[in-house]
Design a protein around this ligand. Sequence first.
Ligand SMILES: [Zn+2]
Length: 259
Amino acid sequence: MRKNLYYVISELTDTGLVKAGISLRSGGVSIPPYDTFNLATHVGDDSKAVYQNQTIFSRQTDIKSIKYCKQIHSDTVLDAATITPSDWCQENRNIEQWTGDALISSRLGETLGIFTADCIPIFVLDTKTPAIGIAHAGWRGTLDLIATKTLLQMERIFHTLKKNCLIHLGASIKKCCYQVSSDLQLKFEAKFGHSVQYGDSLCLQTANKIQLVDFGVHPKAITISPYCTACNTDKFFSYRAESGQTGRMLSFIQLTRNQ
Ligand SMILES: [Zn+2]
């Protein structure tokens, strides 16, 4: 039996409209500290190993091409129709790099991806249009409201209605492990209120949920992964728990069916 390489986001896949998941850290060929299923080429891992891992991923998921961007902790949302797929599985192919931290699409069969290791991958599914989005939210993206900006762009381009959206906050670092400076805590409290603070830690998931609910998304439409990446380094990569030298998981969403 082949090993499952990714965690299925059943809250979204149960609609029958999408394939969505987050890759796990085992089942690949990378050596420490990228062991073993690192899917990102920008973290210092041997690119041959990464392309091999990407090939393993593509075989199991039947996803042959993925659109993703060079992530810079910004609040930039890209319409996937304006970019070409990146160099997935193909070594030494020179292609343009798109810079941003969220992607949106309404095209059937198109797959969007975001790399993380502690930051929150935010999955969006507009079940009526249908349309999809994915965003990368660390503390900067959260403060810059990238989750609501992703929805705003979906409204603008696909006429998405908030009431039709399901949102999932994927495996990421949680309040049990996310100690931050008091300066940063104050910034978060000023923007999202007292409930984002736990001792000397922050709850990024709560901050993102608050911004989405304030924007008009129904609280019941937002689900949060039970996993803290830093508490579960057997399953996930964690930038913080592994002192900044580690691999990246790929969060992906593909529109597989129209309404
Ligand atoms: Zn934890």
